[in-house]
Design a protein around this ligand. Sequence first.
Ligand code: MGD
Ligand code: MGD
Ligand code: SF4
Ligand code: MO
Length: 675
Amino acid sequence: MQRVRSVCPLDCPDTCGLLVDVVDGKVERVTGNPDHPVTKGAICHKVRRFPERVYHPDRLLNPMRRTGPKGSMQFEQISWSEAYDEIRRQFDSAIDKYGAESILPYSFYGNMGVLNAEGMDRRFFHRLGASRLERTICNSAGAAGFAYTMGATAGVDPEDTVYSQLIVFWGCNVVSTNMHQMLLAEQARKRGAKIVVIDVHNNRSAKWADWFIPIRPGTDAALALGVMHLLIRDHLIQEDFVEKYTVGYDQLKHHVLEYTPEKVSAITGVSVEDLCSLAQLYGTTSPSFIRIGNGLQHHDNGGMIVRTIACLPALTGQWGMRGGGALKGNSYYAALNTRALQRPDLLPRPLPRSINMNQLGDALLKTDRPIKVLFVYNSNPAQVAPDQTKVRQGLLREDLFTVVHDLFLTDTCKYADLVLPATSHFENLDLYKSYWHLYLQLNEPIIPPIGECKSNFTLFQELAKVMGFTEPCFDETEEEMIETALHNGNNPYLSEISFQTLREQGWVKLHIDFAPGHRVGAPTPTGKKVALYSRQMERAGLAPLPAHQGLREDDTYPLYFTTPPNHHFLNSTGANVSMLMAAERRPTLQMHPLDAKHRKVEQGRLVKVFNDRGSIVLQADITMDVQPGLVIAQGLWWDDDELGYQSVNVLTSQRIADMGGGATFFSTRVEVARL
Ligand SMILES: Nc1nc2c(c(=O)[nH]1)N[C@H]1C(S)=C(S)[C@@H](COP(=O)(O)OP(=O)(O)OC[C@H]3O[C@@H](n4cnc5c(=O)[nH]c(N)nc54)[C@H](O)[C@@H]3O)O[C@H]1N2
Ligand SMILES: Nc1nc2c(c(=O)[nH]1)N[C@H]1C(S)=C(S)[C@@H](COP(=O)(O)OP(=O)(O)OC[C@H]3O[C@@H](n4cnc5c(=O)[nH]c(N)nc54)[C@H](O)[C@@H]3O)O[C@H]1N2
Ligand code: SF4
Ligand SMILES: [Mo]
């Protein structure tokens, strides 16, 4: 037996360091690496189950070609060279008749490795001149909002949060989605910290917290403005800090007068008493830390909500303190040399059009400048993209050629003309950064590729040859590409980090000087002042001051419908692993007893959940964990024909958030009827 280092490849902030037991060339056991400074030996159930996933009987082992109608899952095995010939033929024909823009790559972070998620693939599609994809499905509204206030998507070092005395998890279900932040908060709690969760439902994190504040969906900016109103009224502002490091305080002070406790309570559903206690607690506790989640920015007004919350730490001078501040994401610090890595200079001029991935359905269905070839990898759009009926109508088009590269026959593969088998990360070399902690990690292959699987890196390198691309960048090795990516002269935090040091040590912490003196001197990493009033937003046609803006989905349907991730799946990954499915039991709809009674719905019975976009069947779970007027379905399950189950994204909309082209999954409205 060999025990070797690895890295978790999943789209999860924790990016854990793993230890893997390999016996006779097979992955036997996966555990957390006890030496990794953040992982500290603890990992989630999802990844402990990885051996089951890697050797799953359904794992794709060979390329396959569709033999039945689209949607029928009928395929025949073919060779890689037949697959490449077919792709070349389809690319050539599309380019000939419609131009290279008629080809659309569709990918996300099913594997977070830099080379396999945003390396060789980008070079290939840039050189091809394909349509560009705006990768906006996850955090782009919130990232844009945070950056308007703070200059960049850069928060504090999460390891410092053990020193916090107050921790607010705001729209962030850490117990399920960021477990090491929960463990750090536990340490802070032992030192006397209080933990507050602000969420639309009583989720796992709310149950674990010291104080749960339920709030109506999409109203968090109003709550934050109410807190500001009270901080100012009760003289809890750190005037020195505000004067030195912020702009627009005078305008803000005047502006928040209108957000009286009564008004804020009416908008948010948070009682005046709770609002006052929250403001008092936040205004008098230091250091205080806010972890801003993804949940509250999957809304029409998600950018503004995050932009508004991000103003709070500056008002109480938190950025100056170890354990104080906020964190939405930390991707800014690990910025690699993307120009060298992805080679945007290979793009033709004028630049090809770009398509927002949240509007895949419309993009596939439009008839002028149509998409003729769709190339999917690292993503499962038939399940994760909004307005699923339209996505699938598009995927069913007879004149669309679809290639899907994945480890499994996902619901997206149902519609594929060609399915290509992908390696797992245990079979690849790659570089991993985290969007939360501050370590870069190297993942080395520990088993050979299974069956005829190829990594994304190899696939796109070989496709470049198939297409006759002769640029030397298509001959680079993985090691060379990692070295290239690490050489970013514009990023001081990467200095002295090389492939070699990563290979020797496994991980290296980014060189960021978080010393208090440094942080006080520059509250935002770009050295700018915190924008309480944002001229940048004004120029972009947005309200320059924080504000509450209502949700846009019309109220023909009475219930809000929120569909956050569940505990045991990672988006739709793992939703075919039997142990994980068993742990989640089955897809349910949580509803409040009053809403259930009104509709004569009984516990455990099937209900139809519907709106203008479609309808799905779920099992009712009547619970006080949700507020009246809101129903919740957790997890992105695969289709289940036996249960008659289709995914929640049948009901979500392609509407775009206020900033960053973000998705609005959680601003959905529905009606529920008993079956
Ligand atoms: N177990 C598990 N872990 C995961 C994932 C997974 O699928 N499963 N997915 C990964 C990915 S890609 C991401 S982006 C992150 C997401 O993880 P988080 O950042 O935690 O975001 P969500 O879980 O989407 O939503 C967090 C909470 O916000 C709540 N919420 C919804 N609307 C509002 C609102 O208007 N106001 C407030 N205050 N709360 C609201 C949701 O109900 C949910 O409880 O998790 C990552 N980790
Ligand atoms: N209703 C609703 N919808 C949501 C969300 C929600 O909370 N509610 N969350 C949204 C968010 S935050 C996100 S980030 C997206 C996530 O959406 P996706 O990124 O599509 O996530 P997954 O469903 O995990 O699909 C990833 C796929 O990549 C495959 N894969 C893994 N590794 C590799 C590899 O190395 N190569 C190739 N070719 N494939 C690989 C996996 O097997 C899996 O099928 O979903 C979004 N959709
Ligand atoms: S999914 Fe997240 S918590 Fe689980 S092992 Fe991977 S990085 Fe760690
Ligand atoms: Mo995400």
